[in-house]
Design a protein around this ligand. Sequence first.
Ligand SMILES: C[S@@+](CC[C@H](N)C(=O)[O-])C[C@H]1O[C@@H](n2cnc3c(N)ncnc32)[C@H](O)[C@@H]1O
Length: 307
Amino acid sequence: MPWWLKILAKIILSRLPFGYSFWQRLSLFRHGAMDDPDYVFRNFDQHYEAAGKPGSGEGFAALELGPGDSLASALVINGMGGAACWLVDAGDFARKDMEIYKTIATSLQSRGVSAPDLKGITSTEGMLSLCEAHYLTNGLEGLRTIPDSSVDFIWSQAVLEHVRKHEFSDTMKELRRILKPTGACSHRIDLRDHLSANLNNLRFSNRVWESAFFTESGFYTNRLGYEDILAEFNSAGFEIDVGHVDRWEKPPLPRWKLSREFLYRTDIDLTVSGFNVILRPIGTMGAMEDMNASDSVSDHWGIDDRL
Ligand SMILES: C[S@@+](CC[C@H](N)C(=O)[O-])C[C@H]1O[C@@H](n2cnc3c(N)ncnc32)[C@H](O)[C@@H]1O
């Protein structure tokens, strides 16, 4: 289906009177693949390894930004002996069916993660409480309620490109505030349009793209580019260690098709289709590099982008 037909179809479908769980069952408008045990485990493990396993041990606290369809990361963090887990999303999208979590817990146990026994737990509220986990569904507002310097590890998979453009800077500042001075973040960011894995989203002016009509139709990405995002990380107070970068051989969309807001981007910037990054509070990266001298960030990656 051409990209413009997908926009049209999503605008129409998203206005039909069905809730998110209906579309989730049809695999339309799904928020990722976090209900797949294999994906949950690899998602956390690869980000945590890449970040150099910050803060493992007593009082370990972790935050996943944008867990999407499932709360299963709470089981992983609890299985690692975590004292607190925050799952922060922009809406209540996680599945509530306890059978899924029981299957994931069993699958994690078979991988050596001591996920909790969910026998007798009948609700996700009960599971979250057993795991000392909090599910916040109001995005930036939720982040603002988390104490300063309280989290060792923050990760996200295919989320930062979905944070609304006008909230991106404040979201980064909140993550920096929440992170302990010894902590680290790991993010995987997909810069392709979520229509045809191209840059067709850059054809539109900000006025159209940021309108409620577009942002509420299930294909929104904030269209920040590679260089824009690195600048945001830096101004929020993070030191940046870019890992694996995926590139097109040349910009996938001819320059004349770009909306003029994007003409400032260089061709090199426009070739980046996605990247992995580790962030640490400014001033701490040198010390970490000494500790991990032999450990390259880009060695750890293998999560597929199926989002
Ligand atoms: C493509 S899904 C990825 C879900 C999950 N990380 C995965 O890998 O399956 C993007 C997620 O980012 C969430 N999101 C968007 N804006 C957000 C924000 N400001 N704060 C937290 N999560 C946000 C969406 O609600 C959605 O759950």
